[in-house]
Design a binder for this molecule. Structure first.
Ligand code: SAH
Length: 266
């Protein structure tokens, strides 16, 4: 289901990958270091991907942006990872890290957090190699299109991972629901969706540029997932009240959820 929005133009024009990583993931000043988003997300990603319940051949990361923190645990459970994003600038930044080129973002402070969760903080260099070997493709993706990977058509995969993308891409709740339906067509029945993001966010900043959010709730997520044919296995919510810098992002919580696709709906 395609649904037009001018949000695509906003991302194409204004989203600067380096500013995004610096604002949210900088080792000392990043908001996601400060508000415990990273600790929360990385812990749950570690639990999910080390459980043995969510594993397989191929995982697609939807709306990867320029970041790789989200696949640090998944690379231990999937043979092949496909990164995707709407913006060409993000592809370039992502590939800069993938090919270990000068100027690539240094993820070591985040990588060490994940390796510590896995029991050995010093393994980060090995894990970097593992991630680089696991990411086989970086594809263009638009979650607002019925085949988000058009013109590429892939066999359905075992797992979809998506962080902070659907609420960024969707101008309203109907659009979010359509985007969820669209990405769900990429997933096998019996496969898992791991979805993470922020609750109640109306707007967020990257350097001096403001981006529109979509203030979603846990109830909305649960009902949308059920209508798309999912059985929700786990929902975690972390309130951030009083912790976060509301000048950067006005959300009230982080969510993490795992759902299993039980049937084809679309
Ligand atoms: N997943 C990353 C990036 C989140 S920022 C992280 O966890 O940090 C939101 C991302 O959504 C941006 O990279 C933006 O380019 C992407 N995006 C926005 N609209 C999109 C769309 N219609 N289809 C796919 N990706 C989109």
């Amino acid at each position: 289901m395609a649904s037009g929005t001018n949000r695509n133009d906003i991302y194409r024009r204004d989203f600067d990958p380096k500013d995004y990583m610096d604002t949210y993931f900088n080792k000392t000043s990043g908001l996601f270091m400060d508000d415990h988003y990273l600790k929360f997300i990385l812990t749950h990603l570690h639990n999910t991907f080390s459980s043995g319940d969510v594993k397989g051949d191929t995982l697609i990361d939807i709306g990867s942006g320029p970041t790789i923190y989200q696949i640090m645990s998944a690379c231990e459970a999937f043979k092949e990872i496909i990164a995707t994003d709407f913006s060409e600038k993000n592809h370039q930044e992502y590939k800069r890290w993938l090919h270990n080129e000068p100027g690539a973002f240094d993820w070591s402070h985040v990588g060490e957090m994940v390796c510590k969760l896995e029991g050995d903080r010093s393994r980060w260099t090995d894990k970097e190699k593992k991630i680089r070997a696991a990411v086989k493709q970086v594809l263009k993706c638009d979650v607002l299109e019925s085949n988000p990977l058009d013109p590429v058509v892939l066999p359905k995969v075992d797992c979809l991972l998506s962080l902070l993308c659907l609420e960024a891409a969707s101008k309203d709740c109907d659009t979010f629901y359509c985007a969820l339906q669209n990405i769900t067509t990429l997933l096998k029945v019996g496969g898992h969706l791991v979805l993470c993001g922020v609750l109640g966010c109306k707007a967020w900043m990257v350097a001096d540029k403001q981006f529109p959010g979509l203030p979603i709730t846990e109830d909305f997520l649960r009902s949308s997932l059920a209508k798309c044919g999912y059985d929700v296995k786990e929902v975690q919510v972390q309130p951030v009240a009083g912790k976060c810098n509301v000048n950067l992002c006005d959300y009230y919580g982080n969510f993490y959820l795992v759902a299993e696709k039980k049937k084809e709906v679309k």
